[in-house]
Design a protein around this ligand. Sequence first.
Ligand SMILES: Nc1ncnc2c1ncn2[C@@H]1O[C@H](COP(=O)(O)OP(=O)(O)OP(=O)(O)O)[C@@H](O)[C@H]1O
Length: 586
Amino acid sequence: MAPTEHGSKLTAHGPWQVYRRLLTYLRPHRSMFALGILGAAIYSASMLGFTLFAKYFGDGTFENRDPRTIVLLPIALITLFFFRGLGDFTQTYCMGYVGRRIVKRLRSQIFERITQLPIGYYDRNSSGTLLSRLTYNTEQVGQASTDSITIAVREALTLFGSIFLLFYLNPRLALITLTMGPVIAWLVTIINRRFRRYSRRIQDSMGDVTSVAKETLEAPRVIKVYNAQTYKNEQFERVNEHNRRSHMRLVLTKGLSNPVVQMVMSFGSAFVLSIAISDAISNRMTMGDLLAFLVALVQIAQPLRSLVNVAGPIQQGIAAGESIFDLIDEPAEVDGGSLRPERVRGEIDFKDVTFSYPAGKGAALHGVSLRVARGEMVAIVGKSGSGKSTLVNLIPRFYDVDAGTVRIDGHDVREYQLNGLRDQIALVSQDVVLFNDTIRANIAFGRDVPAAAIESAAQAAHALEFIREMPVGLDTVVGDRGVLLSGGQRQRISIARALLKNAPILILDEATSALDTESERLIQGALEELMHNRTTLVIAHRLSTVEKADRIVVMDAGRIVESGTHAELMALDGQYATLYRMQFNV
Ligand SMILES: Nc1ncnc2c1ncn2[C@@H]1O[C@H](COP(=O)(O)OP(=O)(O)OP(=O)(O)O)[C@@H](O)[C@H]1O
């Protein structure tokens, strides 16, 4: 996989729009946030206290030789540290609280949106990229909108406070110091822009890293048996290296930004310092003022440094926010109409259906018409890529037709409410999807059903035999994607799931994998149970299914080319007969 460049879509939001939108996430926690800012203010006030401390230290000890300073200054020192600590704790805790809430809310929103996205979105985007937005980008936004803001507020307050103190101590010198402002502001703008650009690249390349890792983690067997470790390692090395290089650009900017800003500062400070020293020598400034002036100068340099440092995380947060909002703003599946029948009869009617995939080359279906009566079982056969899956995918509206209509009980599928439509359909596909949970939970699949119903579904699916042999029966955990079960067992669980759903329409994408005769017999039994009294469309790979079907349709290059019973089609001696002889070796 080639490392992705950041998409042009990212520029749809300007940085300010993103930041303003991020601030709306702060709104529910404004009291906690305000408390955090108060902590930051206390912290920076204590820092300014140290400047005044220096003034009284200089004047009290060297100039006035005041004995009270022996007690007062140490007490002042402890007090200053106390307030600094208090401010530090308050801002850390409160901002941590707000930050975690924001990360959680963003994650929930992303996750919810991911579950609502149309299937087409999954075709276009890798799951690794989505995962990395869910985990990595949200953290960066959390940091930018809390920690980094506190630091920015705290250091800006300290900075402005120190400038104010400079004016109080010596307005002429303060003015000279301020002339450096525009140069530094210009530098910081350039730095910010670079930070944002590199952050985007890093986030995209994190998506690539996650993608490759995820693919590899999910297919350990295939990788081992094809000895594809080197291939995968090289692929990972490429994205990992791209990630490192993008990071290094950021590191370089980060590393250079401070010394450059500090160097500019040092010229100004050196110039101001020489004037201050000459003022002190010629008695135009007291020792205390000189000391305080020095501390204030240092205290301008320090916050400036922190402000430049914090620019990175803030810009990273903005870039991360952009891609998160792009995802959250992706349109969800269109909900369709208002029809929501309790239970449809199950007549399906495809009429002149034409469909092409957005990313596909040309139409996958060309003017397909097919009427399936209630309770009928239609087997769909045809060469690979002939459009069998595409056709059945139009029934639950995984995709919508380009032209023509798909009707259920005489109503266009788009007239049904989407959830209502899908309630009418059960799907058993060749790649059985099980989740790392108990068998019971995998059969119920989020539905609140009595235990007895789960058990009878398992029984009807001929799954109870093997479930009973397991140590804790239905409560056995099946492992990640059901790895602890055999292929046949997994399939029977998915049949039990479909039985429990008891939908009037059944879509069956049969497994091609050769099962042993015992499993085949059990699954066949389970499927017969499942198909009973339902309208069934089967993408058929098994001889027994094909022969038992009420009707067989043959697809070729997106068209239905033959249709009839097994006997009729064999007599026709066309594509079906050829396919049949070839595929089933008879
Ligand atoms: N998500 C997709 N995006 C773009 N093109 C697709 C997509 N899915 C399928 N196609 C293309 O549409 C055509 C029909 O594919 P479809 O999966 O319906 O075939 P099929 O008959 O079910 O094949 P098989 O028996 O191998 O599963 C193929 O040319 C395929 O490349």
